[in-house]
Write a protein that binds this ligand. Structure first.
Ligand SMILES: Nc1ncnc2c1ncn2[C@@H]1O[C@H](COP(=O)(O)OP(=O)(O)O)[C@@H](O)[C@H]1O
Ligand SMILES: [Mg+2]
Length: 500
């Protein structure tokens, strides 16, 4: 009889709680059981572990093998425990040495031939292991992403045989190489590419300046998509901690994490046919959705009225709180989702309402119905709505030497962010309740201006708070400590859909 314990980590949202893989061998009829894993996962894992061990020319122990993954109440899915289970079996059956087992943690899926295959969620596991000052052995294909965690001690394994040779002291495992420096975010898409549109560009800079959400309304071809694609570029560079947090979410996603995108503010543009699970996250094995993949970056919803209304309604909570809670049967997962929303829509079903071409034949009723597809409560949560007019063809051809590049605007936005961080430790769009009262004060003139606008336009309390937060950002861009009437007036002007 013998026992081995190998350390690993589970995946819960973007956390990686520890899991002890205990392997117990005893005499009796041949039997291989794994407790602490869901049924379907156990069956597949048993088959892979057995084949990998045999194909690596080890003996598969003949007696009774009991594997327990503790604690039992954690969700434990996927193949990440294959490698620690195989190592546990080989140690318990004394085929390999258990050298420094207490200092090592293992994750990896096994192929039938013994190869180690990449897993999802490597980053959170590596961060947690680094926190405990343990070395983590990860699949070789996950090594580049694991290397992003500063101070982590990691080794990559491509085959089960490599890891056993390592434990025997005969072979060293691959250490990570430093990742290449990230490319500049503005490469390929620069704000200077957009001709004209001074009003829309100003709105885009205000949105970037205070983290505000923006809806652009305009006919096809007016440059809405172009503008949206340039928002991420004018946001200040991500800090190491922010970049790691976003990478951890990507790492847990279906698609996994592409190291080349590290430190790039994400720009996500899901299609309007996207399901709720794709947009906000979910599935029977919960994975982060588009809003979490856009964490600390931009979520672009093009053709906003075409999205399923129920799907859009699910954005309301994360838009306020910056996190999304996903409940599935017995479990709750939480993913960060502090994204900046930018949306675009046509002004009417045909798209040409108000266009100089004069082609629009939509009735007033049709136009109202079209805009009403976006629910009031969602619209209330969007800080700014603007019209994007078409640019005359002549202006499109004109090359203006004074057009500002992404770099210039990003420097200005960085300074505006710094102002807010110095004053209140967060961007203006996050100010609510008492913090809002403390940091946003209006003098009598501003107060009466906004009161009159509220009355005339019949605004909700929510839009009131949005207007004053945007006004605060405009004042910050103006290097002004106090909010002036002109700032409030511009913020009111940036909500065109409030005056239908
Ligand atoms: N303001 C502009 N400056 C330069 N090119 C523009 C502008 N507006 C539109 N275009 C051109 O028209 C194309 C379509 O623009 P797009 O952003 O897709 O419009 P929309 O999303 O509003 O339908 C762009 O690829 C670009 O070539
Ligand atoms: Mg478009």
């Amino acid at each position: 009889m013998s026992l081995a314990v190998v350390l690993s980590r589970a995946e819960v949202g973007i956390d990686a709680p520890p899991v002890a893989v205990e392997v117990h061998l005893s005499g009796g009829l041949p039997c291989f059981s794994i407790v602490g894993l869901p049924e379907a996962v156990v069956k597949e894992s048993k088959d892979r572990v057995r084949s990998a061990i045999i194909n690596s020319r080890f003996d598969f122990p003949r007696g009774r093998i009991t594997v327990s993954l503790a604690p039992a109440d954690l969700p434990k899915e996927g193949g990440r425990f294959d490698l620690p289970i195989a190592i546990g079996i080989l140690v318990a059956s004394k085929q390999i040495n258990a050298r420094n087992a207490a200092e090592l943690e293992w994750v990896g899926e096994l192929a039938l031939g013994g190869g180690v295959r990449p897993i999802k969620g490597t980053l959170s596991a590596v961060m947690a292991a680094a926190h405990q000052a343990r070395t983590m052995i990860v699949p070789h294909d996950n090594l580049a992403e694991a290397a992003l965690v500063p101070s982590a001690d990691i080794l990559g394994a491509a085959h089960l045989l490599e890891t056993t040779a390592y434990l025997d002291g005969q072979h060293s495992l691959a250490a990570p190489i430093a990742p290449p420096p990230p490319p500049d975010q503005a490469d390929g898409v620069d704000l200077a590419d957009v001709r004209g549109q001074p009003f829309a560009k100003r709105a885009l800079e205000i949105a970037a300046g205070g983290g505000h959400s923006l809806l652009m309304m305009g006919s096809p071809g007016t440059g809405k998509t172009m503008l949206a694609m340039r928002l991420a570029g004018i946001l200040p560079a991500m800090s190491q901690a922010e970049a790691l947090e976003n990478a951890t979410i990507q790492s847990a996603s279906h698609r996994g994490f592409d190291v080349a995108t590290f430190k790039q503010r994400p720009f996500r543009a899901p299609h309007h046919s996207a399901s709720g699970a794709a947009l906000v996250g979910g599935g029977s094995r919960p994975r982060p959705g588009e809003i979490s993949l856009a964490h600390r970056g931009v979520l672009f919803l093009d053709e906003l009225p075409e999205f399923d209304r129920r799907v859009l309604e699910q954005l309301r909570e994360p838009l306020e709180s910056g996190v999304i809670h996903i409940s599935r049967a017995a479990r709750q997962v939480e993913y960060p989702a502090r994204f900046q929303l930018i949306a675009a829509m046509n002004p009417c079903p045909c798209g040409y309402l108000g266009d100089t071409s004069g082609e629009c034949r939509c009735s007033t009723d049709q136009v109202h119905r079209y805009i009403a597809r976006i629910s009031g409560p969602l619209l209330d949560r969007i800080d700014m709505h603007i019209h994007v007019p078409s640019v005359p063809r002549k202006a499109l051809r004109r090359i203006d030497a004074n057009t500002e590049t992404t770099h210039i605007v990003r420097d200005r936005v960085s300074a505006v962010w710094q102002r807010q961080l110095d004053r209140q430790g967060a961007l203006n769009n996050t100010l609510t309740g008492r913090r809002l009262q403390r940091f946003i004060t209006l003098d009598d003139a501003c107060q009466s201006l906004i009161d009159r606008a509220m009355e005339k336009l019949n605004l909700s309390a929510r839009s009131y708070h949005r207007i004053i937060r945007v006004a605060r950002t405009i004042a910050d861009m103006d290097h002004s400590n106090t909010i002036e009437s002109s700032h409030v007036a511009e913020a009111i002007h940036l909500r065109c859909l409030d005056r239908r």
